[in-house]
Design a protein around this ligand. Structure first.
Ligand SMILES: [Zn+2]
Length: 258
């Protein structure tokens, strides 16, 4: 699969139909990754730019490969089982039953969202009008990398880590499937008289705490870290948009957060 050309662009330029397809593809990859391919996955895929994104055809191939690998993995698992049945007919029946159970387990995995117990009364530390969206993280990718196309910063933290609103404002987008961003939230702010929009991408499914149109306070818990959308590791992809374009979120936070 395509991995290293990961990039972020504003979603307005993207075709919505691709997002759903990629989400399905990622579901399959996630399942496979858990079974056999985890070591082969890169630390990050991030978000693909439209121009560099794989074609639908390529994604279909990826999907097909995922299915093949997944069924291989199930087969391998079954051969490791010990069977009490003796006749070939009984063994076949038992294998079929176990295969069905495995399929049910896998589909349940995709349908279930992990629930994280987050205290909504938590507030990001500090007293400033701007705060860090995470309190503890490892910065793994900065603004302007990937040929200048990475429009945010990547902050690695465990799945379920609370994400805080970087400033007071009004939620513009709160979605479980926001293009390549996966589960994402954007917030409109007015900071020092200037309109600023922040974006919090790749969050966990089922963990958003705010809806579009909702007013939030600075430091308010809005969701939690995950690896949804075009991502292969738990992290927050954070963007800051102002004056008609992205700015370096790290510089912006360093200058304003407190
Ligand atoms: Zn990123």
């Amino acid at each position: 699969m395509t991995t290293s050309t990961a990039v972020t662009t504003r979603p307005a330029t993207r075709a919505p139909k691709r997002a759903a397809k990629q989400v399905r593809s990622l579901f399959a990859l996630t399942l496979v990754g858990g079974l056999v391919a985890a070591a082969a996955m890169p630390a990050f895929a991030g978000v693909l730019q439209k121009d560099e994104a794989m074609t639908l055809q390529q994604m279909a191939v990826d999907d097909a490969q995922s299915v093949v690998v997944a069924s291989d993995a199930v087969g391998a698992e079954l051969t490791r089982e010990s069977y009490s049945a003796t006749t070939s007919d009984e063994i076949a029946k038992k294998k079929a039953a176990e295969a069905a159970a495995e399929r049910a387990r896998l589909s349940a995995q995709t349908a279930t969202t992990t629930s994280y117990n987050i205290d909504l009364n938590m507030v990001a530390p500090g007293s400033g009008a701007v705060r860090w969206p995470l309190t503890s993280y490892t910065l793994t990718d900065t603004y302007g990398t990937r040929g200048g196309a990475h429009r945010g910063i990547d902050l690695v933290a465990p799945a379920g880590t609370p994400i805080y609103a970087a400033a007071a404002g009004v939620v513009k987008v709160s979605s479980e499937a926001y293009y390549d961003y996966g589960v994402a939230i954007t917030i409109d702010h007015v900071i020092n008289g200037q309109v600023v929009n922040t974006l919090y991408a790749h969050q966990s499914y089922g963990c958003r705490k705010v809806v579009a149109g909702q007013t939030v306070q600075v430091g308010q818990v809005i969701g939690c870290v995950g690896s949804t959308g075009r991502s292969t590791a738990n992290h927050l992809h954070f963007e800051v948009y102002m004056n008609g374009g992205n700015v370096d979120p790290l510089a912006w936070l360093n200058a304003n957060a407190g």
